[in-house]
Design a protein around this ligand. Structure first.
Ligand SMILES: [Zn+2]
Ligand SMILES: [Zn+2]
Length: 144
C-alpha cells in the first residue's frame, strides 16, 4: 500500500464512520517503532506504522486508522481527545476503533559469537557483552 492509497483509505473511513472529511495528510512513517499510529497535534497529520500491515492484518489497520481519526476529529472539534476522556471512549466505541493499538515489538535477532570457541548465541535483545561470557568456554562474546 502506498501513501496515496493510505490517504484515500483514511478519507473514506472518515466519511463513512465519522461523517466528516479528513482534510489533512496520512502517511506511513517508517520511523515509528512500537506505536501503530500517531496523530500529530501540530500538523494534524496521521502517521501509520507500515509494520501493521506486515505483521497484522487489514482489519487491524482499519482499527488503528479509526483510533487515530478519533484523536483527529475530537481535536479539531476543540476537545482534548485524550484516551481516558469520555468523549474519546464513546467515539471510539461508536466507530469500533481499536482501543489499544497493538504493540509492535522489535524482534530482531541479534547474533553473538564467542570470540574463543566460535559458539553462536541468538538473542532478541541487546545484552551487555561485557557482563556475559560463553557458557561453554567462558570466552568473551561479541555482537556480530
Ligand atoms: Zn491514541
Ligand atoms: Zn566459547
Amino acid at each position: 500500500m502506498t501513501d496515496e492509497q493510505l490517504n484515500e483509505l483514511v478519507k473514506k473511513i472518515s466519511i463513512k464512520y465519522f461523517d466528516r472529511k479528513f482534510l489533512h495528510k496520512a502517511f506511513f512513517n517508517y520511523r515509528l517503532k512500537t506505536t501503530g499510529g500517531r496523530y500529530n497535534l501540530k500538523s494534524h497529520c496521521i502517521d501509520i506504522n507500515p509494520k501493521i500491515l506486515e505483521k497484522y492484518s487489514y482489519d487491524i489497520l482499519l482499527g488503528v486508522i479509526k483510533h487515530e481519526l478519533c484523536h483527529y476529529h475530537l481535536h479539531l472539534l476543540g476537545y482534548s481527545g485524550r484516551h481516558n476522556t469520555k468523549k474519546f471512549i464513546d467515539l471510539l466505541n461508536q466507530v469500533e476503533g481499536s482501543r489499544y493499538v497493538p504493540i509492535l515489538e522489535r524482534q530482531k535477532n541479534l547474533k553473538y559469537v564467542c570470540q574463543k570457541c566460535g559458539c553462536v548465541y541468538i538473542r532478541h535483545r541487546k545484552i551487555n557483552s561485557l557482563k556475559y561470557v560463553c557458557s561453554k568456554c567462558h570466552g568473551n562474546i561479541k555482537l556480530s
